[in-house]
Design a protein around this ligand. Structure first.
Ligand code: HEM
Length: 478
């Protein structure tokens, strides 16, 4: 499934513009116009922002430029230049302005904070994500997934997208916050859905933060959903404070961590805790749920790969629950998950802003320039992935991986702000695939519409109805 092309009567199509100079600066080719309305139409009309990026790459190549108001914006589709921004010259860039409006939901948590403050918060949270610690989470992941599989009778239809959201939400709550949110799962999911529906419109509005209080129905719904989500989180904090015990989970680490800002009893304020918890909740469940949903979708369209993965799982597990020790032998399952995140990366685009003038390839850009790059676009590039729309897990053999530049595949970002939950996500993804596909295959109910919906994460636009079937290889015996 490809996203639709921009209209052909576009005044910019083919209007190539060479490198241009402005004072001491050299800009890449790009859009002639400087019209917010034009960009607004491209970016935020009910279509999707991926269209603009595809258009830029197709028309101007791996580095392109446009202006919005007084701001210079570069779209980068080159692995080496992405490495320059995220790694080699990382100290010349911040996330701050590109994430500005995410703060209306996430506040000042790990994703949206910057500098010294961010480094301190990351140090506090890091132990919860160390390889050794996350191994303890494996049993919970498998146990929750087994309960879900047991509930699905062969022949039963269900919405895989909703199921994966519920499952990953339970996993994050129980592993990182030792909290059972089973009762609130539906409510949390509903609030997040409301927020996501309105989110693109909110971030499209300049200064959305300032009129969030206006009595407009969409904004009222957004505020209510956010308040209900906050209530769940504040309750969690209050219960843990009252219990006054260290359960060794992320919540305990956050509560024990010192914060020099506003203080309650020497640790972080409730407000700061709320921001960190909401950030990790949303970053930790939505992303993995989307990755898994797209994986089941791709497997349903590629029965040979599904069969090969299922056989690997049935051979390795022999009918028993998966454990952490099985992971090295579930290689094909991991390759399937990797290939799925190539085609449908949950974090589909990223941005940075320069804090000083920077040299990038032949270009020289002033401080304050915005840089965007998209996993979705680059990971579908013919140059690094021949026949890019074909689902082929073999692209992730060690040899094939080594033959590509590091940043031709970056679903978890890179450099100092690389995803803190990456190892957690790989483990959870593979264990959930292995548990659910044990003795089961999933098939899309025919006749459904499938499309992407690029919000903060790359969500499926419609429910994904699937049928569970008992696997033939299991019925027939090994
Ligand atoms: C398939 C699953 C996931 C994907 C694709 C993903 C992707 C990403 C990406 C691309 C970034 C970097 C953003 C940037 O630099 O602008 C990021 C950061 C982050 N992710 Fe993930 N993530 C996933 C799972 C998780 C999980 C499971 C957690 C936690 C339980 C998590 C927590 C975070 C946090 C806290 C950050 C901010 C890190 C920092 O800036 O220090 N993510 N993620």
């Amino acid at each position: 499934m490809a996203t639709q092309s921009p209209p052909s009567n576009d005044a910019d199509s083919g209007a190539e513009r060479p490198i241009f100079h402005e004072g001491a600066f050299r800009y890449p080719p790009g859009l002639q116009r400087n019209l917010p309305l034009y960009l607004f139409r491209r970016f935020f009309r009910p279509g999707n922002p991926i269209l603009l990026f595809e258009h830029l790459v197709r028309t101007y190549g791996p580095v392109s430029h446009y202006k919005l108001g007084g701001s210079h914006i570069l779209f980068i589709n080159d692995p080496e230049l992405i490495r320059e921004i995220l790694v080699n010259q990382a100290s010349s860039f911040i996330k701050e302005r590109t994430q500005h409006r995410m703060k209306i939901l996430l506040g000042q948590g790990l994703i949206t904070s910057e500098g010294e403050f961010h480094m301190r918060q990351r140090r506090i949270a890091a132990p919860a994500f160390h390889r050794q610690r996350i191994q303890n989470y494996a049993a919970i992941m498998v146990e929750r997934a087994t309960a879900m599989r047991t509930n699905w009778q062969p022949g039963q239809q269900f919405d895989m997208a909703a199921a994966m959201m519920e499952l990953t939400l339970e996993v994050v709550a129980q592993t990182l916050f030792a909290t059972d949110v089973t009762r609130e799962i539906r409510q949390i999911n509903d609030e997040v859905n409301v927020i996501m529906r309105l989110y693109n419109y909110l971030i499209a509005l300049p200064k959305a933060e300032s009129y969030l209080r206006w009595p407009i129905p969409g904004l009222i719904r957004f505020r209510k959903a956010r308040a209900r989500l906050d209530a769940v989180v504040y309750r969690m904090i209050a219960e843990r404070r009252a219990a006054n015990e260290d359960r060794g989970d992320l919540l305990s680490m956050l509560m024990a961590g010192r914060d020099d800002g506003e203080n309650t009893g020497g640790g972080m304020s409730d407000r700061q805790l709320r921001d960190e918890i909401i950030t990790i909740f949303l970053a930790g469940y939505e992303t993995v749920a989307n990755a898994l949903t797209w994986t089941w979708y791709l497997l349903s369209g590629n029965p040979a790969a599904a069969e090969r993965m299922g056989q690997e799982i049935d051979r390795v597990l022999q009918g028993r629950p998966a454990t952490i020790e099985d992971l090295p032998r579930l290689r094909y399952t991991e390759m399937v998950f990797a290939e799925s995140m190539r085609l449908y990366p949950p974090a589909w685009a990223m941005g940075r802003q320069s804090t000083q003038s920077v040299e990038l390839g032949p270009y020289r850009l002033p401080a304050g320039t915005y840089f965007f790059f998209s996993q979705y676009i680059l990971q579908r590039s013919e140059e690094y992935y021949p026949d890019p729309l074909r689902f082929d897990p073999e692209r992730f053999t060690p040899e094939q991986k080594a033959a590509r530049p590091r940043f031709a595949y970056f679903p978890f970002g890179g450099g100092g702000r690389q995803c803190i939950g990456e190892a957690f996500a790989w483990m959870e993804g593979v264990l959930i695939l292995a548990t659910l596909a044990q003795r089961r295959r999933f098939r899309m109910v025919p006749g459904q519409q499938v499309d992407v919906q690029p919000k903060i994460t790359l969500r499926p636009k419609y429910p994904m109805w699937m049928v569970a079937e008992e696997s033939r290889s299991y019925r027939d015996g090994p």
